[in-house]
Write a protein that binds this ligand. Structure first.
Ligand code: IFM
Length: 435
C-alpha cells in the first residue's frame, strides 16, 4: 500500500466490515424467515435467485474468519446482528441459539484483541414484521427498540461501538422507491414512510441503548457524490435533488432536525401524520458518524413525476459493479459532513472498497484503496476528525440482488468448497498495518 499505520495518529482504528445475512448462512441456528428470503425467492429479483441460506458459512467458521482479521493486524471488526436470528418472529421469544452465537462471536473477537463494532440492522427484516408493513409501519420503531434491548442486553457490555442501522438510504429509498432491494417496492408513499421511520427507529434504538447505560453509539449512512450529467441548469437541479434525497435527508434529520426542502417538495404529502414531532427522537445525540462511500453518479433530468432524474453513464474507470472510481467524493463528503452537520464529532469511514473479478492478484483493489485512503488523509490534514477506516469487506459474500458474482473481499471465498484464500490486497494491508 502507499500508506502505513504509522502515517496515522495513535489510536486510529483499522478494521474490516461484513454483515450477518451476507456471510453467516441464514438457514443455520434457528433464524426466522426474512424479507430477503422471500425477495430472493421471487423470480427476477436476484441474479440466479441466490439467497443467504449458506453464504460464507461464517456461522460455523467464524473462529477462522476472526483469525484472518487478527492475522492481518486489524484493530476492529464491524459486524452486524441479525434481527431474525435473535427474534425469529421479529418480536416475542428470543432464539437462544442466536443469542449464544453473538455471545460467542463477541468473546472470540475479544480473545483476539479485536474491538467489536456492531451494527444492529443490516437489512434482514424478519418476515412476520414485513407482513405487518415493515418499514412503512410506524410501530417498527418500537419493535426495533425492543430488539435492540434484547441483543444489547446480552452483548452490549462488550461492544466497542454500536450503530443502529446500516445505510438508511438503502433501507428506505433503494428498497421502497427504486425496488432494487427487499421488499422490492416502487411506491412513493411507501418510500416516504420508510425514509421517516428508519430515522425514528434509529433514534429509538439510540435512546434504548442509553437506557442500558451504553456509550460510543453512532449512525452509519451511505453517500454517493452527484455531479450534473451536463452543463445545463436542468442537470444541475437534478444532481442537487439526487444529493438531497441520497446524502442530505438522513443527516438533516439527525443533525438539523429538518428534512431538505428539495425532498419535502416531493415527499411531504406522503410523510406520516405528525412527522414534524419526531425530531427529538431522530436527533438523539450520537457519539460518532460513519460514512460508507464507494462512487459518484452523473445525474440528468427526465420527463415525468418528481424527482424526474436519472443516472447517466459516466466516463471514469469502473469497478466490477459498474461504479465509477471517484476518490474525490470521499474527501468531499468527509469535509462537508464535518463542516455542515457534525462539527467536532468523530467520523469513521465505515465502508470503502471495491468489487473486482480478480480472484487473487487484485492490484485494482490495492490501487482503489490507496487512492481513497489518500483522500481521507487529505481531509484529516485539513482538520476533519476522522478516527478510523473500515474496509468492505473481509470476505467475498452475498452482494444482495447481484448474488455471489460481485466480489468485494480482501479474502477470496470459493462458494463450492467455502475455502478462504487471502488476496494480494489482504497481504498488502497486513504489511501496511505492521509498519
Ligand atoms: O455489500 C454492500 C453492503 O451490504 C452495504 N454497503 C455497500 C456494500 C457493497 O454494495
Amino acid at each position: 500500500m502507499d500508506f502505513k499505520r504509522s502515517d496515522f495518529p495513535e489510536g486510529f482504528l483499522w478494521g474490516a466490515a461484513t454483515s450477518s445475512y451476507q456471510i453467516e448462512g441464514h438457514r443455520f441456528g434457528g433464524a426466522g424467515l426474512t424479507h430477503w428470503d422471500s425477495f430472493a425467492a421471487t423470480p427476477g429479483n436476484v441474479v440466479r435467485a441466490e439467497n443467504g441460506d449458506r453464504a460464507c458459512d461464517h456461522y460455523h467458521r467464524f473462529e477462522d474468519d476472526l483469525d484472518l482479521l487478527a492475522a492481518a493486524g486489524f484493530d476492529a471488526y464491524r459486524f452486524s446482528t441479525s434481527w431474525a436470528r435473535v427474534l425469529p418472529e421479529g418480536r416475542g421469544t428470543p432464539n437462544a441459539e442466536g443469542l449464544d452465537f453473538y455471545d460467542r462471536l463477541t468473546d472470540a473477537m475479544l480473545e483476539r484483541g479485536l474491538k467489536p463494532c456492531a451494527t444492529l440492522y443490516h437489512w434482514e427484516l424478519p418476515q412476520p414484521l414485513a407482513d405487518l408493513g415493515g418499514w412503512r409501519n410506524r410501530d417498527i420503531a418500537g419493535w426495533f427498540g425492543d430488539f435492540t434491548e434484547v441483543i444489547m442486553g446480552r452483548i452490549g457490555d462488550r461492544m466497542h461501538s454500536v450503530a443502529p442501522i446500516n445505510e438508511p438510504w438503502c433501507v428506505a429509498w433503494l428498497s421502497h422507491f427504486m425496488g432494487h432491494h427487499a421488499p422490492g417496492m416502487r411506491d412513493i408513499r411507501a418510500a416516504a414512510r420508510a425514509m421517516h421511520h428508519v430515522l425514528l427507529a434509529h433514534g429509538t434504538a439510540i435512546q434504548r441503548m442509553r437506557g442500558l447505560g451504553m456509550s460510543n453509539l453512532g449512525a452509519v449512512c451511505n453517500f454517493e457524490w452527484a455531479d450534473p450529467a451536463d452543463d445545463s441548469d436542468a442537470a444541475r437541479e437534478a444532481a442537487l435533488d439526487y444529493d438531497a434525497i441520497y446524502n442530505r435527508f438522513f443527516l438533516g434529520g439527525m443533525f438539523h432536525k429538518a428534512y431538505p426542502e428539495r425532498v419535502l417538495s416531493g415527499l411531504e404529502p406522503h410523510l406520516p401524520e405528525g412527522w414534524q414531532d419526531d425530531f427529538d427522537t431522530i436527533a438523539a445525540p450520537v457519539d460518532w458518524v460513519g460514512l460508507n462511500y464507494y462512487t459518484r453518479k452523473l445525474i440528468g433530468p427526465t420527463v415525468g413525476p418528481w424527482p424526474a432524474h436519472e443516472e447517466v453513464d459516466g466516463p471514469l474507470p469502473k469497478t466490477q459493479m459498474g461504479w465509477e472510481i471517484y476518490p474525490d467524493g470521499l474527501y468531499n463528503f468527509l469535509t462537508r459532513t464535518a463542516s455542515e452537520y457534525t462539527g467536532d464529532l468523530p467520523l469513521y469511514v465505515t465502508e470503502n472498497g471495491m468489487a473486482s473479478a480478480e480472484p487473487h492478484e487484485d492490484q485494482d483493489r490495492i490501487a482503489y484503496l490507496n487512492a481513497h485512503v489518500a483522500k481521507a488523509q487529505q481531509a484529516m490534514a485539513e482538520g476533519v476528525p476522522l478516527k478510523g477506516y473500515f474496509i468492505w469487506s473481509l470476505l467475498d459474500n452475498y452482494e444482495w440482488a447481484l448474488g455471489y458474482e460481485k466480489r468485494f473481499g480482501l479474502v477470496h471465498v470459493d462458494f463450492e468448497s467455502l475455502q478462504r484464500t487471502p488476496k494480494a490486497s489482504y497481504e498488502a494491508l497486513k504489511l501496511a498495518l505492521s509498519k
